[in-house]
Write a protein that binds this ligand. Structure first.
Ligand code: NAP
Length: 242
């Protein structure tokens, strides 16, 4: 049995990634923070793809909650390890910096950056020990270009990209690859309230992307054939920005 963990797997891009990983033969561990109903729908889709899976709720920014969940998993799987980690959980709390409450600054950074640290740190050693691992971090065009009204989100995703590059250099010799994916506008709950008809005019491909398109890219990066790609950030944005 090969194991993959997707943070924020209950909805949107994370859900599509869970299904893709199931199609690739992984037992998928679906993390989410509160939306059990949607997480169960993802689990059903994993099963429809012919694979097993399980739910693992925890807040990625909460080290204690996260350790408890992963320690329990490790205790019940003493001879196994999670070889694929997709750090996908994320939120946005957009505002001009001049008007941004401190709590919105911290929450976005906590989930993206502390979430990356917490989960990656917990899973990294077994990957290095087994000399095989794949880590994909869900960044954003905002982390490359910087988007007005998203200084918190841009800072978080830019930091995540830098951490991706640093970690890739630490673990390359152990055959663990670390890459980031930087989507543009993707049709999920996260872009609710953003009018596609208006924004698509600024996108060369003339449309928003789908979660499944992002999942295909993640599937490639975690596959054995992508074993010489590490420390990269790959844009998937319909030509919006590179
Ligand atoms: P989404 O539909 O809003 O889903 C967010 C997911 O993250 C949900 O599964 C949610 O769980 C989970 N989550 C939120 N906070 C969490 C926490 N503290 N701990 C664990 N899980 C948590 O978002 P999406 O559009 O699929 O976005 C997925 C990733 O892609 C994010 O990192 C986002 O920044 C990035 N991204 C999205 C777009 C886009 O246009 N959609 C563009 C660029 C980058 P619950 O269901 O329990 O709430």
């Amino acid at each position: 049995m090969k194991y993959a963990l997707v943070t924020g797997g209950s909805r949107g891009i994370g859900r599509a990634v869970c299904v893709k990983l199931a199609q690739m033969g992984y037992h998928v561990i679906i993390n989410y923070v509160s939306n059990q109903g949607e997480a169960e729908k993802t689990l059903n889709l994993v099963r429809e793809a012919g694979q097993t899976g399980e739910l693992m709720p925890f807040d990625v920014s909460n080290q204690v909650e996260m350790s408890h969940a992963l320690d329990m998993w490790t205790e019940s799987h003493p001879d196994e390890y999670i070889e694929v980690l997709v750090n996908n959980a994320g939120i946005r709390r957009d505002n001009l910096l001049a008007l941004m409450p401190e709590s919105d600054w911290h929450r976005v950074l906590d989930i993206t950056l502390n979430g990356f640290y917490n989960v990656t740190q917990a899973l990294l050693q077994p990957m290095m020990f087994h000399k095989y691992g794949r880590i994909v971090n869900m960044a954003s065009v905002s982390g490359l270009k910087g988007m007005p009204g998203q200084s918190n989100y841009s800072a978080a995703k830019g930091g995540l990209i830098a951490a991706t590059k640093a970690l890739a250099q630490e673990v390359g010799r152990k055959n663990v690859t670390v890459n980031a994916v930087a989507p543009g506008f993707i049709r999920t709950d996260m872009v609710e309230g953003i009018d596609e008809a208006v924004w698509k005019k600024s996108i060369p491909m003339g449309r928003f992307g789908t979660p499944e398109e992002v999942a295909e890219l993640v599937g490639f990066l975690v596959s054995p054939v992508a074993g010489y790609i590490t420390g990269n950030v790959i844009s998937i944005n319909g030509g919006l920005y590179t």
